[in-house]
Design a protein around this ligand. Structure first.
Ligand code: NAD
Length: 458
């Protein structure tokens, strides 16, 4: 697994007894050490309280019991919770939010470090009745605010069910498991839409990608190397793609994962065909594509030249559009799986904008637009007829790139989120691994932020 540059000495310091005291006395941020996933780890540390009176609450309780968790339907004074699942699927008016929300508030102080709150509600756009839509949007608002209030590495996120989607649908159950687990350590204040019954739960939750062949572009280092390692941990065979200049590093990564390497500039006109040919020849199939390769060429627009603008757009979005055309045309024809899973790297810069990054933000907002339109082509009624595509938008991640920022800028940037720290490449990789799994088959066209609820674009 690629190591994150260990540059956040502040977080290490404030987690020592003396540092904790000083930071407390001075009112300084006290970021927690986040619980991260390790194979064999308990899904939730402590009991899980399920609140709410609709169908989703009964279904959630059944699913959680099936996973061997200690499930409670009512809080008791001595209980300590590792997670609370608050179900609002039957909310018809904002007044309906009160009972469940106040019960949720009453147990806030009983939640442990890195605990989870998951709210479950229906898509606001699924109803045209003002009171219903107000109630559903209300759950969004309360979840986001609660995420800002969570302490000690705890998070709050939501699952947005389609009008006819049950919590027992594979995609909803898969989203619940991801959000409860330590795999979502740096995801907070976010919502996972599950709009169909498509997808399937894995036979083995430790190997959800068993038997799959996954292409990861930009796999030689950074987030791409972490994605390759994480997909491999989950059972996939890795095809690492990177430019010839990064060939040695790429070989190092894929050899350690028993995968294969393809030296390729993804802006080449035949990049899609070369990836398909490599997969056909070396592995006989292609199930997963992760468009991770990306570049920055920052300049304020007044100083922007054509080379900077064009290269960023070419690598970060044009190449993906061209490769997807090839993959979608080949879906279900031998090499490419019927249910192709594509994930693409966006950025919170593409949501909030960032000075000096008009080119980068255009490309990353472009990724989100591309993903939502491609999802329609890949829907059962679309021309490609099968599979899913989603984006992940990372916020501040501890990589070589962010380690090179001036110290003061870096220190401010990494504290500007609810978890008061930078994420790690593995946090992005976990979100990608979830989205390309069959357990996320009910989610397509979405962008999931992995940003610790960054204030940028909040
Ligand atoms: P990185 O620069 O460390 O790695 C990018 C990799 O992509 C490199 O190995 C590079 O050789 C490869 N690459 C670049 N151009 C290529 C091309 N034309 N063909 C093939 N490979 C090419 O970057 P990173 O920080 O690991 O970022 C990975 C992705 O995550 C990028 O899309 C980036 O925009 C996105 N992202 C990163 C952050 C962050 O904080 N690091 C935040 C938001 C989004």
């Amino acid at each position: 697994m690629a190591k994150a540059p260990q540059t956040d000495t502040y977080t290490a310091l404030v987690n020592q007894p003396l540092g904790q005291k000083i930071a407390g006395a001075l009112g300084l941020p006290r970021p927690a050490v986040l619980r991260r996933y390790e194979p064999g780890q308990t899904l939730v540390e402590g009991s899980v309280l399920v609140l709410g009176g609709g169908h989703a609450a009964d279904e959630a309780a059944a699913v959680l019991l099936d996973w061997g968790l200690d499930v409670r339907r009512q809080s008791a004074p001595a209980d300590r919770y590792g997670a609370v699942v608050a179900c609002y699927d039957d909310a018809g008016t904002p007044a309906d939010l009160s009972a469940t929300t106040l019960q949720l508030g009453a147990v806030q102080r009983k939640m442990g470090p890195s605990a989870r709150v998951v709210t479950i509600f229906r898509d606001p756009l699924g109803s045209d009745r003002p009171a219903v839509r107000a109630a559903r949007r209300g759950v969004e608002g309360l979840t986001r605010s609660l995420a800002h209030e969570m302490r000690r590495g705890a998070t709050a996120n939501g699952i947005v069910l389609g009008e006819d989607t049950a919590l027992s649908a594979p995609g909803a159950t898969g989203a619940l498991r991801f959000l409860l687990s330590a795999k979502s350590a740096f995801v907070s204040g976010q919502f996972i839409p599950v709009s169909s019954d498509a997808g399937a739960l894995p036979r083995d939750w430790e190997k959800p990608l068993a038997g799959k062949v996954a292409v990861v572009t930009g796999a030689a280092r950074g987030i791409g190397a972490a994605i390759a390692a994480t997909l491999h941990r989950d059972g996939a065979t890795i095809v690492g793609v990177d430019v010839p200049a990064a060939g040695e590093a790429l070989a190092g990564v894929v050899n350690s994962l028993a995968g294969t390497a393809l030296q390729l500039d993804i802006t080449a006109a035949d990049a899609g065909e070369r990836i398909l040919a490599h997969c056909a020849e070396r592995h006989g199939r292609l199930d997963i594509v992760v468009h991770n390769a990306g570049i920055t060429r920052d300049k304020k627009l007044a100083n922007m030249d054509a080379a900077r603008w064009d290269s960023v757009l070419a690598v970060n979005i044009e190449s993906q559009l061209a490769m997807n055309r090839v993959f979608l045309a080949a879906t279900g024809q031998g090499v490419v799986a019927d249910e192709l899973r594509i994930a693409s790297l966006a950025s919170t810069s593409g949501i909030a904008g960032n000075a000096g990054q008009t080119n980068y933000a255009a490309s990353k907002a472009g990724v989100m637009g591309m993903v939502s339109a491609t999802a329609e082509l890949m829907s059962p009624t679309g021309t490609a007829g099968g599979g899913t595509i989603n984006a992940v938008a990372p916020g501040f991640i501890e990589t070589e790139m962010t380690a090179r920022m001036p110290m003061a800028t870096r220190e401010v940037a990494r504290r500007l989120n609810s978890l008061q720290q930078g994420g790690r490449p593995v946090d992005v990789a976990e979100a990608i691994a979830y989205l390309v799994s069959d357990a996320a088959g009910g989610t397509s066209g979405a962008t999931l932020r992995v940003c610790g609820q960054g204030m940028m674009g909040a």
